[in-house]
Structures are given as C-alpha cells and as structure tokens.
Write a protein that binds this ligand. Structure first.
Ligand code: ZN
Length: 315
C-alpha cells in the first residue's frame, strides 16, 4: 500500500503542549520496522498548491497563515502556535492526502500518515486543525474530472464539524460522522449522517452501530472514492475520547470499514486523524492497526481489490 509521509509532518511544540506531534515519526518508524511500508511504497509530498487550497479555503485565511498575521484569538482556536513550520506542515499533510487519493484511484487503497484534520473550516482552523485536507482532496479530484461522488467515513471520536459545514447541501459528497455526542465540538455542524454516541460506549455496541450504518449508507449512496478518517481517539484510555473501545475492537472497526469498501470495489484513502493515548508510542501503535489490517486485506485479496463501479464485472 502506498503511503504519503514527510519528516516535516513533525513540528516542534512547547514541551507541555497536549498535541502528540511525536506520533507522526513514531508511526512512520513503526511501519518501516514492521515492513508494512517499503521505500517503493513511499509517497513524499511537496507543499500543496495555493490554487488547490483555494478550492476550499478563503483567500484571507490562507494569506494570514502564509504571513503569520492570524490574530491571537484565531491562533488560540487552532490550539497550536503558528510558525512557518506549522504552515509548511499543514500544506505537506494536505498534499499527502491528495497524493494518497490519486494513488487509491490507481491501486484501490492508499494512505497518508497524517491528515484527517476535520475541524478546519474554510475561513478558520480549530481543534488542532489548520487545513481541511480531505475536503481539499475531494475538490481537487472533482475539478480535475477524476471523481465526482465521494464518501467521507469519519470515525474520529470528535465530530467532523469543518467537513460537515464545507459539504452541507452538496449531494455529491456524503459525510458520515460517528462521534461522542457530548464531546468536542460543543456546537455540532450537520453532516449528511451524524451518529452521536454515549460516553463510555464499548466494542459491541459501537461495532453494531457502525455495521448497520455502513450498510444503510452504501444502499443509498454509491461513491467513486471513500475517505476514511481512522482516528483512534475512541480507544479506551484516550485523554479526550470518553469512549471505551479495546484494541481488538479498534481492529475489528478497521476491518469492518475496509471490508465494506473492498467488497463493493471502492477505492479507499486512509487518513489517521486524532489519537491521544497516554504516550505517543501507544498512540502510534493504535494508529498502526489500520495499516496492519489494510495490508493484510490487500495481500489476502490482491486480485479482488479493484475500483470498478459496483455491479460491473471486470475481465
Ligand atoms: Zn478527535
């Protein structure tokens, strides 16, 4: 599976900062060490083009990000101090998701070892999110005539409020968010389908809900590509999650999503989204589960993972 990664996904933050920036290099090193990511499979992004970012984001906001003129309130809302490195990092990660999307259209499956920054709106960032990488990738693919209809499966424990707002009323993009109802953001936006979960929910209830809703979505909507935000913050013990999925439950979740797409011949783009386990090492280990499952499924079904439209028989 081809994966996008850049060493500059990592940006130095103040020592006491709650965002686990170290998870990016740790995840990369882990996938390299376990052989899940080889040299040949590595996609190295450059910074996303401004004209691509403008398909989603306001000129004014992009200008402020570029020259560091965001006011204190806007920076506080993002929750990460502005720096030229943060701006570069945000653009690299957005391009990583776009490269993964293009690779997924060719291979059936690809990933970005970052991305899923779903709290970013056209004109502001929040919740550690600066640019909405998934929205930018969808708009670029549409502009280039590569795909029209996209499905966003957002299983980060926080609602994908930015993504929901960007695509509200757009019949070509189905946004599905399953999240803690009482968790951040306090004010939810309207996704095509929102499923709010009670605090403390465990594996069985979560997986039953997920399976039921995926069946319903695919019965109603046929996308050309699926973007999966595989946030691991629903895991038990997450600092911000308030849910209680076990490691095995998380593994079953990944298998469920990937298999639902594979069985329908749909290309999938994996982004990692959030995860706040007690240590960055543990967070990286949880993020690696979706890669383990994706590669296992791809190996098992190498000749079957295609991206032909549903119901079309290939040679
Ligand atoms: Zn989250």
């Amino acid at each position: 599976m081809r994966c996008a990664y850049h060493p500059d996904y990592y940006v130095q933050l103040p020592p006491s900062h709650p965002f686990p920036m170290a998870k990016y290099p740790l995840l990369f090193e882990r996938l390299r060490a376990t052989g899940l990511l080889t040299d040949r499979q590595l996609l190295e992004p450059v910074e996303a083009a401004l004209e691509d970012l403008r398909l989603v984001h306001d000129d004014r906001y992009l200008g402020q990000l570029a020259d560091g003129s965001l006011d204190a309130a806007a920076v506080r809302k993002i929750g990460v101090p502005w720096s030229p490195a943060l701006w570069r990092r945000s653009r690299l990660a957005a391009q990583g998701t776009l490269m993964a999307a293009r690779a997924a259209l060719e291979d059936g499956l690809a990933a970005n070892l970052a991305g899923g920054t779903h709290h970013a709106f056209p004109g502001h960032g929040e919740g550690f999110c600066v640019l909405n990488d998934v929205a930018v990738a969808i708009r670029v693919l549409q502009r280039d005539g590569r795909t029209r209809r996209a499905l966003v499966i957002d299983l980060d424990v926080h609602q994908g409020n930015g993504t929901a707002a960007i695509f509200e009323g757009d019949a070509d993009v189905f946004t599905f968010s399953m999240h803690g109802e009482r968790n951040y953001p306090a004010r939810k936006m309207r996704s095509t389908l929102d499923v709010g979960l009670a605090d403390g929910m465990g594996d069985d209830e979560y997986l039953a809900l997920l399976r039921g809703h995926l069946d319903g979505i695919f019965a109603a909507f046929v996308p050309a590509i699926v973007f999966y935000l595989a946030g691991v913050d629903p895991a038990r013990g997450d600092r911000y999650g308030r849910l209680a999925l076990s490691d095995e439950g998380l593994r079953q979740r990944e298998r469920c999503v990937l298999e639902a797409c594979r069985s329908r011949g749909l290309p999938v783009v994996i982004t990692i989204a959030g995860g706040y386990a007690p240590t960055p090492e543990r967070t990286a280990a949880l993020h690696s589960i979706v890669f383990e499952e994706a590669v296992a499924l791809q190996r098992a079904r190498a000749d079957h993972w295609t991206h032909r439209p549903q119901g079309v028989k290939g040679p």
